[in-house]
Ligand binder design. Structure first.
Ligand SMILES: NC(=O)c1ccc[n+]([C@@H]2O[C@H](COP(=O)([O-])OP(=O)(O)OC[C@H]3O[C@@H](n4cnc5c(N)ncnc54)[C@H](OP(=O)(O)O)[C@@H]3O)[C@@H](O)[C@H]2O)c1
Length: 322
């Protein structure tokens, strides 16, 4: 594994992290989740990305993570960087969603109970909810650190105009923003300005959904296979998002990957990491085999300028962003 310093901090993250958004919930096969987590840890992935609502059902990914931790990894807590978040819908009620102080503080307590932890390494505001003043949310994060429930704080998906305010508030309150998390892949380059700002401000940067939820793999080249995220009721990827334009772009990108001796998934992950300012890419996998495939993304050859130009020409087409 390769590790990079997270922004201007003294903490390092593996360039590949494991996310538990899908495939770790109560609807999923626990033994597969357990095997993936152990394989990840044994491969040097010591950073695990969770959130209160991951499941389904919401909360069940944290519960399953806690079970696996207790069963196999409790002696290794200090070798792991465990994160959680609050801000998206957890239950249908006014205190079950959003980025208020009320929700952030209570949600962190609930996450700690579900995972069986005394503290998380990073607690994130999962999103700007469109209403709560940034100062209210950021102060709640600061107070989580002061109360010992989180070591660091992070933000996720904050729009550019609010991202700077978050960094300023947190720095003024002696709790610099360790890490900023944004959707980023060959099919989504909208967060480039957020990365520029994070890098200037000394915040680490993490890319999520690096494979556009599976579209940047070979799996949808011949239709929507049974059991895939787009085919599942519990999956966030909709069948309608598997468009002819995206499939064609994936087909052309996979030819470049083939020339490089890689799978498309490996190339798509390596392409994100080729920007040294990216601290880590969060993998989401539904089998140990996929995890093994993606782990090899750090072994690929450097990109030639010709390959980068051809990739850019494909991914800058209209209608691909997801
Ligand atoms: N901050 C936020 O708001 C936010 C939002 C979204 C995600 N995240 C984080 O980012 C993590 C990753 O997101 P993601 O799951 O959307 O990542 P992704 O890498 O874009 O998609 C993962 C899916 O792609 C397929 N896949 C992965 N590797 C494959 C391979 N080698 N071959 C074939 N198919 C492969 C699998 O789908 P199948 O099920 O079809 O096999 C897998 O579940 C999440 O778990 C979460 O921790 C954060």
């Amino acid at each position: 594994m390769i590790y990079r310093y997270c922004g201007a901090s003294g903490v390092q993250l593996p360039v590949l992290s494991l996310g538990l958004w899908h495939n770790f919930g109560s609807v999923d096969d626990f033994s597969v989740a357990e095997a993936m987590l152990l394989k990840a840890f044994d491969s040097g992935i010591c950073h695990f990305d969770l959130a209160n609502n991951y499941g389904p059902v919401p909360g069940s990914a944290e519960e399953n993570f806690g079970r696996i931790l207790k069963r196999h990894l409790s002696a290794h807590r200090d070798e792991m960087l465990i994160t959680s978040k609050a801000g998206h819908d957890m239950w249908p009620g006014v205190y079950g969603t959003g980025s208020s102080r009320k929700n952030i503080i209570a949600s962190c307590d609930q996450s700690l109970r579900r995972m069986g932890l005394d503290y998380v390494d990073v607690f994130y505001s999962h999103r700007y909810d469109g209403v709560t003043p940034v100062e209210e949310t950021m102060q709640a994060l600061v107070d989580l650190v002061r109360s010992g429930k989180a070591l660091y704080v992070g933000i996720s998906k904050y729009p550019l105009e609010l991202q700077q305010r978050c960094y300023d508030y947190l720095r003024e309150h002696d709790t610099p923003c360790l890490v900023s998390q944004y959707r980023a892949s060959m099919f989504n380059t909208l967060a480039r300005p957020n990365l520029d700002l994070a890098a200037r401000e000394g915040s680490g940067f993490i890319c999520f959904s690096p494979l556009a939820q599976g579209l940047l793999t070979g799996k949808y080249l011949n239709g929507i296979p049974e059991g895939s995220r787009a085919a599942k009721d519990s999956g966030f990827l909709q069948r309608t998002q598997v468009t002819a334009e995206r499939v064609e772009a994936a087909r052309e990108l996979s030819l470049i990957a083939g020339e490089r001796g890689q799978s498309l998934a490996q190339m798509a992950i390596q392409w994100l990491l080729s920007d040294e300012r990216v601290t880590s890419v969060i993998l989401g996998t539904s089998s140990v085999r996929q995890l093994e495939d993606n782990l090899r993304s750090i072994e690929g050859p450097d990109f030639s300028s010709d390959q980068l130009q051809r990739i850019e020409a494909i991914i800058s087409r209209e209608g691909l962003t997801l």
